[in-house]
Design a protein around this ligand. Structure first.
Ligand code: BGC
Length: 753
């Protein structure tokens, strides 16, 4: 019975969730009633209790017992929310104390990093971004909400919406990639999935749009580093996914660790008040990141804890995660008139509003009747589908799909790495439930011999090489599952080189000497530079860290039961030295081009001092990425034809359409992500060489043709200039419809005032 119920919720959600407008309206109507409750509560609360609501306390995720001190704090109303309370009994006990013994009986919110699944792990967010599929994002967060709410979690620290242009940054694994349009679509869908039709539903969990803002712009991809973001760039690149999430009703926002142009995000009044509250009308609450309030001292922005509390409070930060600048100092700061009690009241109202929206006053406890079974069949199916849709095929010299009875040498450190395959942020995932490629080959009765060759991704030992080579020799084809362990990406796990670690490249090169075809599968938290081995292998599949069902997804792709359907959500570099790299860069006064490019080894010895080629490139690696944003192959080919814009001049108040035909020229049915890009040729500030403005998934039988069209209105041509005016500007535009950001059929139109 339970199974049907969960399926029903899932299906109902999937069909109702598109109706975002009516959801928002429903929330607003109850909000009027909530304000009455909030004001009444506020009038009864002491200063200590108000400060208590701003307090997000952590327990260690490994805590075996509940401390008496914490219980007492909850009893006195000095805690507003808790994170990482891993045991359900503790959740129940603490909530009981809050609603039965605390002065105003205000329920707690229990939070956790439910990022890409709770028990059933979906691919890492960068992987899900590669699906270019809002349904994948929405379904993954719905499943995560159903599973996690069953243990009392009603608030997740997701979605992470940081645009990332540098694959060295470990947290690129959690990001939606480098494009604001794609990130906005995914951000909206994640929120819809987490929050369901109504936050009030016991299987809904409050989303947290994080990290606000610019965290992905960390210099050199070094985590937590300084960012320099001019306001037009902030608005054109980093803000759109947050806007999309907030317009969808994301209940909370988390500030980022970084400073932006000298001011830490956690103490940034402009960002927290002017932009978030005044412009975007956000009425949920803002939480700091872990200790980011007191880290303002280390940043050199606050003198001490008290000053940090003052800066954060006056900037408009509602809730403090883990550090105690508010708990220890807000009372004194209010007494001294440095922070107004009115400001504190605003924080408390914002927090109580979210608690009311979550229905916690009515039903503070987890809904036992609603208890979801983890790893429900439908959850696993959706996780597998997500992994298939996320897998990006980067190369295929006719080797894939493999014939069913091929004799396979399954080699590589990630071929049977159940923990690592889940990726970063998987505290609740269980490796025992994970299906690795080895497990999937076994279950599908594949004709294979397995040898890891390397015990883990950083293994430098060559002692198993001989055996691995022998296995390869005795087989028809090698499937080498390479990559990075989960611990090599994620928070504070940036890398300067993003080559395959350990002796993986060496082993691939040795295996290549056998003359056998090699299918290289990569499981990693970021693009991995494969320039050194690309010519040694016949096919490359990027699986990202694919989650619980990754092995089955891979097995089905390899044998052609399914097609790899992913497209890159980030440019794939040839070498880390090219980073940051992004497709939507500017032209410069001297854009790189084929004609003028001079490669390093083509420069004559003793050449006369001159500006070689005079354009913006690297002598040693050129100017293009290894694979462009949007790239990905399938098992068939597509031809684009007949691009047509309905009018070559468009007025500000009208819409035109651009269309092209797409034909499946291969021999099997296949899926394509048809991408639509524009370029605003001349602007009051220079504009990117291309910007993604639309995409559509098509599924075509062999020989079938479909027309795909996109609507162009002046709205989608708007951008913020350096006078901070957001508008479309009269002038010429180029447009492309094609398979990725470095290709496509081109046309043009003129926008006229
Ligand atoms: C991370 C956040 C996370 C928080 C709570 C921080 O270190 O930056 O993304 O939500 O910890 O675990």
């Amino acid at each position: 019975m339970k199974n049907y119920y969960i399926l029903f919720i899932l299906l109902c959600f999937l069909s109702c969730s598109k109706n975002g407008q009516s959801e928002k309206k429903a929330i607003n109507e109850s909000d009027e009633k909530y304000e009455v409750v909030i004001n009444e509560l506020l009038s009864k609360m002491t200063l200590e209790e108000k400060i208590g609501q701003t307090n997000l306390r952590g327990t260690s995720s490994r805590a075996k017992t509940l401390s008496e001190e914490l219980k007492q704090q909850v009893r006195e109303g000095k805690v507003g929310a808790l994170l990482n309370v891993m045991k359900t009994e503790f959740v129940d006990e603490l909530q009981k104390i809050a609603v039965e013994e605390s002065p105003n009986k205000i329920p707690l919110i229990f939070a956790r990093d439910v990022i890409h699944g709770f028990k059933t792990m979906f691919p890492i967010p960068l992987g899900m971004a590669a699906s270019w599929d809002e349904d994948v994002a929405r379904t993954s967060s719905r499943v995560a909400a159903i599973e996690s709410s069953s243990v009392g979690i009603r608030w997740t620290f997701a979605p992470m919406l940081d645009i990332a242009r540098d694959s060295r940054w470990g947290r690129i694994a959690e990001s939606p990639g480098e494009d604001p349009y794609l990130a906005s679509i995914l951000g909206k869908a994640y929120v819809e999935g987490f929050q369901g039709d109504s936050l009030n539903n016991s299987t809904s969990i409050a989303a947290c749009a994080k990290h606000y803002i610019g965290y992905g712009a960390a210099i050199g991809g070094r985590d937590y580093n300084t960012t320099l973001i001019p306001e037009p760039l902030l608005r054109n690149l980093y803000l759109p996914p947050f806007e999309a999430a907030l317009n969808t009703g994301a209940a909370t926002v988390m500030t980022s660790f970084n400073e932006i142009n000298g001011i830490p995000a956690t103490g940034n009044e402009f960002l927290l008040k002017d932009v978030l509250r005044d412009e975007l009308s956000f009425d949920g609450f803002v939480v700091s990141d872990w200790d980011s309030v007191v880290e303002m001292i280390t940043h050199g922005y606050a003198r001490d804890e008290k000053h940090a509390g003052e800066l954060a409070a006056n900037a408009g930060l509602d809730m403090e995660m883990t550090s105690k600048a508010y708990e220890n100092n807000l009372k004194a700061l209010i007494k001294e008139g440095k922070v107004s009690e009115k400001q504190l009241d605003v924080f408390v109202k914002n927090i109580l509003r979210v608690k009311l929206r979550l229905g916690l006053f009515k039903e503070p406890y987890r809904d036992v009747a609603n208890e979801a079974k983890f790893y429900e069949k439908t959850h696993l199916e959706k996780a597998k589908e997500a992994a298939i849709k996320s897998t990006v095929m980067l190369k295929n010299e006719g080797v894939l799909p493999l014939a069913k009875r091929s004799k396979i040498a399954l080699i590589g450190p990630m071929a049977d790495a159940p923990l690592d395959q889940m990726g970063t942020w998987t505290f609740d995932g269980e490796k025992e439930q994970t299906i690795t490629p080895l497990n999937a080959f076994e279950a599908a009765d594949v004709n294979y011999t397995y040898i890891a060759g390397l015990s883990h991704s950083r293994d430098l030992s060559k002692k198993e090489f001989k055996k691995a080579i022998a296995v390869a020799r005795a087989s028809d084809v090698v499937v080498f599952v390479a990559g990075e362990e989960a611990i090599l990406s994620g928070e504070a796990h940036s890398r300067a080189s993003i080559d395959l670690p350990g002796a993986q490249e060496n082993l691939i090169k040795e295996l290549a000497k056998t003359g056998k075809s090699i299918v290289l599968v990569i499981m990693a938290g970021r693009p991995i530079t494969i320039t050194n081995v690309i010519d040694d292998v016949d096919a490359v599949l990027m699986s990202w860290h694919p989650g619980t069902m990754g092995g089955e997804a891979l097995q089905e792709i390899i044998f052609g039961l399914e097609e790899p359907q992913g497209r890159l959500p980030v440019s794939w570099p040839k070498t880390a030295g090219q980073l940051p790299y992004f497709y939507n860069h500017k032209n410069t006064g001297r854009p790189a081009n084929k004609k003028d490019y001079v490669a390093m080894y083509d420069i004559p010895i003793g050449a006369w001092q001159s500006s070689l080629g005079n354009d913006s490139h690297y002598l040693d690696v050129g100017y293009t990425p290894h694979f462009p944003f949007g790239y990905g192959l399938g098992y068939t080919n597509f031809k684009y034809d007949k691009i047509e814009v309905s009018k070559d001049t468009i007025r500000f108040n009208e819409d035109i359409t651009i269309k092209a035909t797409v034909t499946n020229t291969g021999t099997r049915t296949g899926k394509e992500v048809v991408q639509f890009y524009i370029q605003d040729v001349v602007g009051s500030i220079t504009r990117p060489v291309r910007e993604l403005k639309g995409f559509e998934h098509v599924n075509l039988k062999a020989g079938e043709t479909q027309e795909v069209s996109f609507t162009i209105s002046s709205k989608i041509l708007e951008f913020t200039n350096n006078k901070l005016v957001k508008a479309a500007e009269e002038g010429d535009f180029n447009v492309w419809i094609g398979p990725h950001s470095a290709s496509g059929l081109k046309s043009a139109f003129y926008l006229k005032d």
